[in-house]
Design a binder for this molecule. Structure first.
Ligand code: ADP
Ligand code: MG
Length: 682
């Protein structure tokens, strides 16, 4: 028997070239291979006759080869092979493109099973490039439920399938970790059957059962892991803060806080005085004023002679927080310091010295704050802004920095309640459900290409009134590189041919930190009329004079992401607008975008997003901050999620502290998986 940790190269047929292709998919060991789950299935179990084939509906049928395949060389790079097959009901012509070698396997007079779809044309029916197997060979691509795997260039589904089959035949699947009573209660397949059935289901029902089991397991581990994390943090003690007076801070503010802001601050104050580290999430829609809540928390820490660190997901945002919080805290005699990756080595060294000496009381930065090079004298509070960009792993890393500091995370991503439990299971939650007074909703429109002239006129009108616009370029799926190209090209087009008289600026993620800062600062200072950008401006950016946001090819973005982007306008006194353009005609897509036009409520939008796209997409989307679940991201139903949560919290309550062999084994498995696989972030 082989071991799960053995490399894939120990398999027959897996040489260096294939291993390299597999590595592209993050598959290195037999375990990785066995855990490479199909993204879907094709039911190829049913055999029909040729006369039963329906146009454009793929199906399996058994037929005899009626002549010797003939290949014609049409031109360089194009070979066409033709062959005729028949069963007792009809004859059918098959055509293959550039498959000379495969088709030479078709032998005159022999029977095969084919899988493909017929097309009907004037000359009768024919079929193009069906897959086929000899009737007397074991079923691999026909006569079965065919798993469809995520693949990479050069690696075919059939190869993947055979490789996984081989792995399953020589080693045991990952061991069972779910207690039998839980499996029984929720009707969950045992591990060995599930790992086998997910790849080789005997029916679609069995495939579903296997999937459910694996999703359940993933959620169970994740949510139990969060609970354990929370329990561990609750045992740690922290120096309780004195309940100091916030009045000087409140007096320094240019406005009075909203009821919701005050409530969140009171909750934080309570946490800080309790004697265990705070673990709190402040969730509030874009523009609800979370920064001031963070500032109040920092003020409390500093008043207790502790340092506070504020982490932002982008340098632009860190820079902006530094500017506004310095202004706020300077009159109060509090030292605010910036530390980002793009500062010069000397600047960084000086900043780190001030942090180590304790002179810097509030330190603002990006992830660079997390590196070991930064040592705090007395770090008492860590704040992570726009938490959805960091995810659970970084959150855990943060909590370990210094001597168990208090932790405050802030997020504008309105995760629906069911998913919030999963994502934030280790946190207490404060919700800011109130916007500062005087905010008008951002009028949002969905328009097609036919209104391009009117969009341009509208941009011009805003500029003429002294306002500014954002133009966000289409997200080219998963490719920051191409996104940049789109933004660059579009900025150039706008400047050269549409608005030669306006000042167009460009901002994207691959610009150097200092460049980005310069562009953002210039835009904030009103030195550009239009800022063409990629989604780098998605979070936090605050330029109140910007009143128009145009989002090109809005259908390429998720609803919650669009909502975040829209949050960049409507921050000042003037009426603001958001224009979504789309060339997509799909009614469902348009319905999704119209939902955004109809409401400005982030929670409603998130619920809508969840209902329309399902949790699979929610988990899959980079912005959610959810871990990259292996199975759950394929597709899953909320019911399974709820069950797994219920099961894990019941188990933690009943056995979380047990000192039995089973409980210890399960706990350490959870801790291990939690550390290893489950925390890989999107
Ligand atoms: P977010 O919750 O999206 O982080 P911010 O903290 O950036 O929101 O606040 C958005 C804007 O609202 C900022 O310009 C901020 O100064 C302003 N603001 C925050 N709180 C209030 C308040 N209570 N009254 C008026 N304006 C406020
Ligand atoms: Mg913010």
């Amino acid at each position: 028997m082989a071991k799960l940790t053995d490399p894939v190269t120990m398999l027959k047929g897996v040489g260096p070239a294939k291993a390299k292709q597999l590595a592209q998919l993050n598959i290195h060991t037999l375990q990785d291979l066995i855990c490479h789950f199909p993204r879907g299935y094709e039911d190829r179990t049913k055999l029909v006759t040729i006369s039963q084939l329906e146009v454009d509906v793929p199906a399996c049928f058994r037929a005899m080869v009626m002549n010797t395949p003939r290949t014609a060389h049409i031109r360089k790079g194009l070979d066409i092979t033709r062959v005729q097959v028949a069963d007792h009901t009809a004859r059918l012509n098959l055509t293959f493109f550039n498959q000379k070698f495969t088709t030479e396997q078709l032998e005159y007079g022999k029977e095969y099973v084919f899988y493909g779809a017929v097309s009907g044309d004037y000359g009768g029916y024919s079929m193009t490039s069906p897959s086929f197997e000899r009737l007397d060979s074991p079923p691999v691509t026909t006569r079965r439920i065919l798993p469809v795997y995520p693949l990479t260039a050069g690696l075919s589904n059939a190869t993947m399938l055979k490789t996984i089959r081989q792995a399953l035949s020589i080693c045991d699947p990952p061991e069972e970790i779910l207690p039998p009573e839980i499996r029984q209660q929720f009707g969950i397949l045992p591990a060995d059957r599930a790992y086998f059935a997910i790849h080789e289901p005997s029916s679609m029902e069995e495939a579903e059962m296997a999937k459910k089991r694996l999703i359940f397991e993933e959620f169970f581990i994740f949510s139990a892991g969060l609970s354990l994390m929370r329990a561990a943090r609750a045992k740690i003690s922290a120096v309780p803060y004195a309940n100091c007076d916030l009045t000087p801070f409140l007096r320094a503010l240019p406005f009075s806080l909203t009821g919701a802001q005050n409530r969140a601050i009171r909750e934080i104050q309570k946490d800080l005085t309790r004697g265990t580290p705070m673990n709190r999430l402040v969730q509030g829609d874009v523009g609800s004023g979370k920064t001031m809540v963070a500032a109040a928390a920092a003020y409390l820490a500093v008043s207790n002679r502790q340092q506070a660190a504020l982490m932002a997901p982008t340098e632009i945002l860190a820079e902006q927080h530094h500017a506004s919080l310095s202004r706020l805290f300077a009159p109060l005699g509090i030292q605010v310091l910036l530390l980002t990756g793009s500062m010069t080595p000397k600047e960084k060294r000086l900043a780190r010295e001030a942090i180590a000496a304790g002179d810097a009381q509030l330190v603002i930065g990006t992830h660079a704050l997390l590196t070991d090079a930064t040592q705090f004298r007395q770090l008492g509070l860590v704040i992570a802004d726009e938490q959805h960009r960091f995810g659970v792993a970084q959150r855990a890393a943060l909590a370990e920095k210094g001597s168990n500091p208090h932790l405050l995370v802030m997020s504008a991503t309105p995760i629906p309640r069911t998913l919030a439990l999963l994502l934030y299971g280790d946190l207490e939650v404060s919700i800011i459900d109130e916007l500062p007074p005087g905010r008008e909703p951002v009028d949002t429109f969905l328009v097609g290409e036919n209104l391009r002239a009117r969009i341009n006129a509208f941009i011009r009108k805003q500029a003429a009134e002294g306002h500014q616009c954002y133009v966000v370029c289409p997200a080219v799926e998963e490719s920051e590189e191409l996104n940049i190209k789109a933004a660059e090209t579009w900025a150039e087009t706008l400047q050269k041919t549409v608005f030669p008289d306006l000042r167009i600026a460009l901002l994207h993620g691959q610009m150097k930190g200092s460049e980005k800062e310069a562009v953002m600062a210039a835009f904030a200072a009103g030195e550009a009329d239009v800022l063409v950008a990629t989604t780098v401006i998605e979070v936090g950016v605050d330029v109140p004079n910007a009143t128009l946001m145009v989002i090109e090819d809005a259908d390429r973005f998720g609803l919650s992401q669009l909502h975040q982007l829209r949050g960049r306008v409507g921050r000042g006194k003037a009426k603001s607008f958001c224009i979504l353009t789309s060339r997509n005609k799909n009614p469902q897509t348009l319905a999704r975008l119209k939902a955004l036009c109809a409401t400005g409520d982030g929670f409603k939008i998130a619920e809508e997003d969840l209902a329309l796209r399902g949790p699979g997409d929610f988990f899959g989307s980079r912005q959610s901050g959810l871990p990259a679940f292996r199975v759950a991201s394929l597709s899953c139903d909320l019911a399974t999620l709820k069950q797994a949560q219920e099961a894990s919290s019941a188990w933690i309550n009943a056995h979380g502290a047990d000192d039995t062999k089973e409980a210890n084994a399960l706990r350490s498995r959870i801790a291990e998986l939690f550390r290893r696989g489950q925390l890989t972030m999107n």
